[in-house]
Design a protein around this ligand. Structure first.
Ligand code: FA5
Length: 341
């Protein structure tokens, strides 16, 4: 009889060795201590079938075995709980001596970088930097700029209208009017900012791009001042040996008007891929402020004269950084933008 119980004990300790988690422990407990079908319960049931003199002794041994199994299961339970706690500790351990991961630092957009350079150049020539509204009334967008009703520049095919009288500005020239209304001449301002046109995107066009407007109004301002200023600007931006040229052109708010080009800084005017073989690169529009524009803000054109210009910053950026498609500037692809850090 005792041998049966010893075998059962040995079997139990053998089974207990392979218990690795609480599910296996529950199964072990059910196998040995289960009330109905547990192996120890089965032994207890046998007590009644034994000879009366053997019953007490066998009963005591079965109970002892039951207690032993119970306390071993309790010990395993405690051991599993300790192991779980220490493995959680290990998992969550923080090594404070490891080097940290640095947050990625951002940087300014290439258009902003170029805009700041342009501002620095003009500030060094005595210009102040002004801002103007991007949504503008017809007065500032057109009327005061000598663009009469019916002029093609007012066409909704070119301009984004917000309402009948409000539109997104299609050029920074609106700031000329605000500046002259705010202050009397002498006046020297530049106004960089965003402009909007219904242009189909292509490598040199975007429906939203940046311009910088320049305005200089004083007594005796002449075309020579305009040429000298833009020549100096080109030298400071691109190099001292460059030349500028002025081609007659028409803008309603200047008379005379001119497109300004500068000699290609890559090939020095001999013709290359950057200047498309012509030796010249287009900078923007310019001219002497039209008397009607001065009159629209109450400045006497007999006493004062001025020059103005408007340059496209996106195309300047394309040339300066060797970007062959200005649409890349607004795609926000970090791999592209990272190059200008
Ligand atoms: C003007 O916008 C005039 N306001 C410039 C001016 C100011 C003339 C003051 C006289 C006096 P224009 O439409 O040519 O001019 O535009 C000027 C520059 O903006 C162009 O040389 C070009 O560099 C840039 N530009 C024009 N359209 C786009 C476009 N869709 N995408 C990117 N750049 C453009």
């Amino acid at each position: 009889m005792e041998e049966r119980l010893n075998d059962l004990r040995a079997q139990f300790f053998e089974d207990a060795k392979s218990v690795a988690d609480t599910d296996a422990l529950t199964a072990l407990r059910d196998k040995y201590l289960g009330r109905k079908s547990g192996l120890i319960a089965a032994e207890k049931k046998r007590v009644g079938s034994l000879a009366p003199q053997a019953r007490a002794e066998f009963g005591r041994l079965v109970n002892e075995l039951g207690d032993e199994v119970e306390s071993e299961i309790a010990r395993i339970k405690e051991h599993l709980a300790e192991a779980a706690a220490s493995s959680a500790l290990e998992r969550e351990r923080i090594d404070v001596t490891l080097p940290g991961t640095r947050p990625r630092r951002g940087h300014l957009h290439p258009i902003t970088l170029l805009r700041q350079r342009i501002e620095d150049v003009f500030v060094s020539m005595g210009y102040s930097v002004e801002d103007g509204p991007e949504i503008e009334t017809s007065f500032y967008n057109f009327d005061a700029l000598n663009i009469p009703p019916g002029h093609p520049a007012r066409d909704s095919a070119d301009t984004f209208y917000v309402s009948k009288d409000l539109a997104l500005r299609s050029q920074t020239s609106n700031v000329q009017i605000h500046s002259m209304q705010r202050r009397q001449p002498p006046l020297r301002v530049i106004a960089p900012g965003r402009v909007f046109r219904r242009d189909t995107p292509d490598p040199t066009h975007n429906p939203m791009f940046f311009q910088v407007e320049g305005l200089n109004v004083d007594r005796n301002i002449t075309l020579a001042d305009l040429k000298g200023t833009l020549q100096k600007f080109v030298e400071m931006m691109y190099g001292a040996n460059l030349k500028t040229r002025f081609r007659p052109s028409y803008f309603p708010f200047v008379e005379p008007g001119a497109e300004v080009d500068f000699s290609c800084y890559v090939c020095d005017g001999t013709g290359c891929r950057v200047c498309k073989g012509s030796g010249w690169i287009e900078l923007g529009g310019s001219g002497m402020v039209h008397p009607n524009v001065l009159l629209s803000v109450g400045i006497d054109p007999e006493e004062f004269s001025g020059f103005a210009f408007g340059l496209g910053i996106d195309r300047m950026a394309a040339l300066m950084y060797g970007i062959d498609d200005i649409r890349l500037l607004y795609e926000n692809d970090v791999r592209f933008l990272e190059q200008f850090a």
